[in-house]
Write a protein that binds this ligand. Structure first.
Ligand SMILES: [Zn+2]
Length: 425
């Protein structure tokens, strides 16, 4: 475009009501800026300023929305995955990072954006077991040790309290798919608190049978874990053939993950051998993701450090699994929440940064009772739960609610709120 271009010089300007000057550079206009200075500028310069201001105004309207959309793409979560490191308190995470990576704070979950500290005390005691701890997380109500998703009126093994509706039951009621999985007994306290209501965590047969007597929806859809022998034996003591009960509902109890036919919508696998939890998690997420309404999934990986080598390596492996899952699910629509039901009495108490975390353990184990106190150069361990707060950390829609100190019951509210649900009164 040249200065003498007839389409530019002369005629009405499309940006303002003025008539275009025939000599675009010669015609000047005086602009007074807010800071008080006045400048004489040419018509073309004025048009550039006007167009730039217009562009800025348009961007001011559009860009923040785009940025906001990226930061908060969905108001609510479609899916929630609860990662539960059983007994994985902060001292255990600390030691696991040092064991796995030779440095503190190298676990994937230690880099999540939202963290809080969750009090794990029960309705009546300072130190919780897995039953009361998990009940609080999945029902929003504290109860007593040994009790699974029943109110605090329950007396362990003696008296029932009122059943407490779990986040899994809310999900079932609303038509979502649901799953529980663990590397330990699937009728043990942590998974059991999600799908059963009993006054004693020891009642494996009663607990497991409740999978087939759901209070909401069609009951938990994906069930992967171990403990086949003790669960079936406990059922027999009650006169219940759990395998037959499962078959009668067209939900056979598979003995391995490999045995599950492709595209089984509601698989139950209860193994007698160790389970490949990453493989189980991949299958569970693939299965649950088929529900367009979304899903709730609880994945437990035991982190008790009675055997410190096993416990700490479990944490490192669990963290790797969580990293893998976070890279495969859509974090714009999936809340990931990691926590522990309680802490454990393991501490890093000394040593150089160059010392292996488990320095001296093999020698110690050769000369001591495995249930005795462990006292090594780097770690010291008493075999028991402890009462200090545990880490809760999260990412995905609704994760910002995980913040500060709070009771473990808040984690139920975090998940309900992420889904956009309100608890029954
Ligand atoms: Zn526990």
């Amino acid at each position: 475009m040249s200065r003498s271009d007839p389409s530019v010089a002369g005629g009405a300007c499309k940006w303002c009501s003025r008539t275009k000057p025939t000599d675009l550079l010669a015609t000047t206009r005086t602009w007074t800026f807010p800071i008080g200075s006045s400048y004489a500028i040419g018509y073309r310069t004025e048009m550039i300023i006007r167009r730039s201001l217009l562009l800025l105004a348009v961007c001011a309207c559009i860009v923040p929305e785009a940025v906001l959309a990226q930061a908060q793409p969905n108001k609510h979560a479609k899916n929630v995955i609860l990662f539960l490191a059983d007994a994985g308190g902060i001292p255990t995470l600390n030691a696991a990072s040092a064991l796995g990576y030779g440095a503190p704070q190298k676990l994937y979950i230690q880099n999540w954006p939202h963290i809080g500290l969750s009090d794990t005390s029960t309705a009546s005691q300072w130190v919780t077991d897995s039953a009361a701890g998990m009940t609080a997380i999945v029902t929003g109500k504290k109860t007593n040790n040994g009790v699974l998703s029943q109110s605090a009126e329950s007396v362990r093994g003696e008296k029932d309290g009122a059943p407490l509706k779990t986040i899994l039951e809310y999900a079932e009621e609303k038509g979502l798919s649901t799953g529980v999985m663990t590397n330990v007994n699937i009728a043990d306290a942590t998974p059991a608190a999600c799908y059963s209501h009993v006054n004693s965590r020891a009642k494996f047969g009663d607990i497991f049978s409740q999978i087939f007597k759901p209070r909401f929806g069609d009951g938990v859809d994906v069930v992967f874990g171990i403990g086949r022998k003790p669960i079936l034996a406990s059922g027999q003591e009650l006169g219940i053939d759990l395998e037959e009960m499962a078959r009668s509902q067209q939900r056979p109890l598979y003995t391995s993950l490999a045995e599950i036919p492709a595209n089984t919508r509601r698989p139950i696998a209860v193994l007698d051998t160790p389970i490949d939890l990453p493989e189980a998690a991949r299958l569970a997420i693939k299965t649950l993701s088929k529900n367009p309404k979304g899903y709730f999934l609880m994945i437990e990986w035991d982190a008790h450090t009675d055997n410190p080598e096993r416990g700490l390596n479990n944490v490192v492996a669990f963290d790797k699994l969580i990293r893998e899952i976070a890279s495969t699910v859509d974090l714009k629509e999936t809340l990931l929440l990691f926590t522990a039901d309680h802490s454990f009495d393991l501490r890093m108490r000394g040593g150089l940064r160059t010392d292996p975390v488990l320095k001296g353990l093999p020698e110690w184990q050769q000369t001591h009772d495995p249930k005795a106190r462990i006292d090594l150069p780097v770690i010291r361990l008493e075999h028991g739960h402890t009462g200090e707060e545990v880490l809760a950390t999260s990412q995905g829609p609704g994760s910002e609610m995980v913040n500060g100190f709070f009771p473990n019951t808040r984690l139920f509210e975090v998940m309900m709120s992420a889904f956009g649900w309100t608890a029954d009164r």
